[in-house]
Design a protein around this ligand. Structure first.
Ligand SMILES: Nc1ncnc2c1ncn2[C@@H]1O[C@H](COP(=O)(O)OP(=O)(O)OP(=O)(O)O)[C@@H](O)[C@H]1O
Length: 258
């Protein structure tokens, strides 16, 4: 099979939201989407539209209301937690639990789904950790404590942990939140570089519309009233979906003329 068209993720008739006996909130309806190998996808949409919920559902942190999710052809409900962790690397915005870790130790945690019960890292694990640190250009802080480094550096360390985990799919919920403009750009560029150099697929949620337009292979536009609209940035700009959803950008951003 041509690797570039290999489907890593497929969502089939997926409905997401929250439901219990008292309350039922459907956020996104009948999602039929797929992600190919080596693609960077940005998930855009207003506050509360359900971006984090979608990421959490794909990562199996919460169940869908209905429908199915396939990871490399396997229904995720049939996979063990360890299998999921080997296939999906997740970067959330939650504060890190775990106390007094160095950057190196944080990145090493990415290998835990691959180690035996002892949790001991072998030669391959150490190589993957070194590689991830190298790719993310954080060698200079690898011995620093994670509480001593800046938010931008920590975000890169978390991405390195996800890379060391070596899942085919990286899911990141607002990876640039709390970062200054330079660091937002540098983190998004890092993700782009990783997609190009490692062939991983990335889905990230963000409110950084312009950077997503510049760097993504595909956008998923989540809108309360409709199902997700997908396409390349150029296609979605041309079809006026971007100007309709983000009117503040009007006249400021058309593809190729910034
Ligand atoms: N555990 C929960 N139970 C019920 N409703 C929830 C729960 N968690 C989130 N919601 C609701 O689901 C909706 C979507 O939340 P979500 O965090 O997925 O949105 P989002 O698009 O990521 O928003 P933002 O851009 O602000 O981060 C919100 O209205 C939120 O209040």
């Amino acid at each position: 099979m041509d690797k570039s068209t290999e489907t890593i993720l497929s969502l089939q008739n997926l409905n997401i939201g929250y439901g219990n006996k008292k309350k039922f909130i459907k956020l996104m309806d009948t999602l039929n989407l797929s992600v190919n190998k080596g693609k960077m996808i940005s998930l855009l949409g207003a506050n509360g539209v359900g971006k984090s919920t979608l990421i959490r559902t794909i990562a199996r942190l919460q169940p869908p209301l209905s429908g199915q999710i396939f990871l490399q052809g396997k229904d995720i409900t049939t996979l063990s937690n360890k299998d999921i962790a080997k296939r999906i690397s997740l970067v959330l915005t939650d504060p890190i639990q775990g106390g007094n870790l160095s950057v190196l130790e944080l990145v090493e945690m990415g290998r835990y789904p691959h180690t035996s019960w002892s949790g001991k890292l072998n030669k391959v694990d150490h190589e993957k950790v070194e590689n991830a640190i190298h790719h993310c250009s954080i060698n200079y802080i690898k011995d620093a404590n994670i509480f001593e480094i800046s938010d931008g550096q920590l975000q890169k360390a978390l991405i390195a942990r996800a890379l060391a985990q070596d899942g085919e799919l990286m899911l990141l919920d607002e990876p640039t939140v709390h970062l200054d403009a330079n660091n937002r750009y540098s983190v998004m560029q890092l993700l782009k570089k990783l997609v190009q150099e490692t062939g991983k697929s990335v889905i990230l949620s963000t409110h950084q519309v312009e950077m997503a337009l510049d760097l993504s292979d595909e956008l998923w536009l989540a809108n309360c009233a409709e199902s997700i609209i997908t396409g390349s940035p150029a296609t979605l700009v041309e079809a006026n979906h971007i100007s309709r959803m983000f009117p503040y950008l009007s006249g400021k951003h058309t593809m190729g003329e910034k």
